[in-house]
Design a protein around this ligand. Structure first.
Ligand SMILES: *Cc1c(COP(=O)(O)O)cnc(C)c1O
Length: 440
């Protein structure tokens, strides 16, 4: 194991990054068991890569599209073309893709606030939505919430096994129900992520009860993890963040909505102003990164999927509950690992941070965050601040002490990050030193 031969070993390289021989050997065993699975992921990214290129070619993306506008942003060719590209990828009538949509929460809030009116009711048929949406909806009292505007909310939880409560949904849909919000990804929960197929079944059921209910999908973290998107199975509207999957790690800001023409138009008038709608909104310097990031997104998402699958198998082998498990199909890029104690969550996040190309020297600590109801620890050493398509981990410090891990622009970085987490857990004696001698 020397570093000055003609072909220095990978093990030596890991050693120089602080990875012990035991952790390295265990990681290699896990990785070797995943080769077939990784081939399937490669086929997925191949399919989605062509979907993206096809949409770009069909809409005649040109060099001129890469330059943005300033001021009002009238006649922004690049913006208008990009919105057509998104609509083609999601197979929707229209799309809104803007740097002025500041994050995923904003994209979802925009979709809801623009398509609901006072007196309408919003339904979540998949249980509690993502933490930050509680304030958008007004589940937790909040200035400017839907609730303040007289929009009511009803929720039907998933059944204990994770399935849809069809009877409960039947009872919940009423004459006021205007929009159903369906969260694809588990977010900060331990429920299963919904597959596109399951989302399609749910939408058909809701439409069979009341055909004019707008079915919206919170698509955050789900884009390009399957060959189809929720809009391929009946969703009227999908929304997400460009600093997650579809930005490919390059988009420095932004969000998107794709869906029915009328839903998108409503959103455009709300995003800017009645009367102006989609005609304004300068793109400044963002378009080049939006296009190039979208081009990379299928492959970047595949890398993140590989890292998540590796983490699942590695921690499952050590006896920790993982969601999804090592074998099951993936519908988003998030991996949850339950440590059962705060020290496990903290050690994991320290490991991820120590693998980062940016801010790799800092130590993350639990902190109160706006929008969250418990202290959260976040590990990220990202080129784009807060980007969670880049290798990152976070966990609310509350039982059952689950860490949520996602991202990795490259699989190699994801692998290093996971190796570092295991190294940290071993060094802090949260995992016993003899782990490597036990069977996978
Ligand atoms: C990340 C996320 C959001 C919110 O996006 P932000 O960009 O953090 O505001 C909403 N829903 C889900 C499922 C998410 O993963």
């Amino acid at each position: 194991m020397s570093t000055n031969t003609e072909n220095p070993s990978i093990e030596a390289m890991y050693a120089s990054m602080g990875i012990s021989p035991e952790v390295f050997a265990y990681g290699e065993r896990v990785w070797n068991s995943l080769k077939e699975r990784f081939e399937e992921i490669d086929a997925l990214s191949e399919y989605n890569q062509m979907k993206v290129i096809n949409a770009m070619q069909k809409n005649r993306v040109s060099e001129a599209c890469l330059h943005g506008t300033t001021g009002y942003g009238y006649n922004d060719l690049g913006r208008e073309t990009l919105e057509k590209v998104y609509a083609d990828i999601f197979h929707t009538e229209d799309a809104l893709v803007r740097p002025q949509i500041t994050c995923g929460t904003h994209a979802l809030a925009l979709a809801l606030m623009s398509n609901l009116r006072p007196g309408d009711e919003l339904l979540s048929p998949v249980g509690k939505p993502y933490d930050t949406l509680e304030e958008v909806i007004g589940i937790r009292p909040s200035v400017g919430s839907l609730r303040e505007y007289g929009i009511s909310y009803r929720q039907v939880d998933l059944l204990p096994g994770g399935g849809f409560d069809y009877e409960g949904i039947r009872r919940a849909v009423n004459e006021k129900t205007k929009l159903a919000t369906i969260q694809r990804s588990k977010g900060y929960q331990t429920r299963p992520t919904l597959s596109v197929n399951e989302i399609g079944q749910l939408i058909s059921f809701i439409k069979s009860l009341k055909p004019d209910v707008i079915c919206m999908v919170d698509n955050c973290y789900g884009e390009f993890t399957e060959r189809r998107e929720p809009s391929d199975v009946g969703a009227d509207l999908v929304a997400g963040s460009l600093i997650k999957n579809p930005g490919g790690g390059l988009a420095p800001i932004g969000g998107y909505l794709a869906g029915k023409r009328e839903c998108i138009e409503n959103a455009a008038f709300r995003l800017t102003s009645p009367g102006l709608g989609r005609e304004v909104g300068a793109t400044l310097q963002a378009l080049g990164a939006f296009y190039q990031g979208l081009f990379l997104a299928p492959s970047v998402t595949a890398n993140a999927l590989k890292a998540a699958i590796f983490a699942a198998n590695l921690y499952e082998g050590l006896g920790f509950p993982v969601i999804p498990d090592g074998k099951e199909p993936r519908h988003d890029i998030i991996q949850a690992v339950t440590f059962g104690k705060p020290e496990g969550v903290v050690a994991f996040c320290e490991g991820i941070q120590q693998a980062a190309p940016v801010d790799g020297y800092v130590t993350p600590e639990p902190w109160d965050m706006p929008g969250y109801d418990a202290p959260v620890i976040m590990a990220a050493g990202a080129f784009v601040s807060g980007s969670s398509i880049e290798l990152s981990a976070d966990g609310p410090i509350k039982p059952p002490y689950v860490v949520y891990f996602q991202g990795g622009l490259t699989w190699q970085h994801g692998k290093l990050g996971i190796m570092k987490t295991l190294q940290k857990l071993v060094e802090k004696e949260i995992i016993l030193k003899d782990f490597g001698r036990r069977n996978l």
